[in-house]
Design a binder for this molecule. Sequence first.
Ligand code: BGC
Length: 243
Amino acid sequence: MEILGIDVGGTGIKSNIVNIESGTLTGEKFKLKTPAPSTPEAIIDCLKSTVENFNWTGKRIGIGFPAVIKNGISLTASNIDAKFINYNIDAEFSTALDCDVTVVNDADAAGIAEMTYGKGKGVQGMVIFITLGTGIGSAVFYNGQLLSNTELGHLKYKKSIFEKYASNYAREFHHLSWKKWAKELDIYLNHLNLILSPDLILIGGGVSKNFDLYKNYLNVPVKVDTASLLNDAGIVGAAMAAK
Ligand code: BGC
């Protein structure tokens, strides 16, 4: 079965048609810049262009979105317009796209894909999957079961929260060297290890492909690896959520 998967991020909106059985992308990836301001109207315009780009006539669309999503409602908005707080996201997107749209947290979506098709497959105990992008997203699994909407990027750190220091955006914004940025990431990973004692930490998001540039600066007493689906996990997992 093929489903259109869309990964809405704070910086870009990526999409592709996903073969749900194999977890592979079947078309050519389509990318748009996240509009500023990223209001519901502006995001819906991008979603419409995405549907048009793929000539999507299927009944279902899955979307990963950078917010806490409960019962079809987006409840938070850290890297997206505040109009998404308490927004009836499943229903509004479904009406706008004339399709059955399922929206889930972006990191949860990517984590599910990685646990099904990637390095998390079959791993027992606790796996923490984190995405390092505009923000820090998290998906926590225990014996393969997702504990949704964990928001571990929002743990308090210094004068703010960890995602302001250890996300890829923070690295770029503050012009940090890989070494300097990895120091913050290392503190973050050690903090996660302290409070949750995971068996495996998987890193996804755009910066996962640069792992060689910073892995030697990480000193965490638990296995840390990159997600094998790298930055595509969000698209694959979004489509899976709509299955
Ligand atoms: C949001 C999360 C999201 C993460 C990655 C955070 O700022 O609060 O919901 O998963 O960014 O996009």
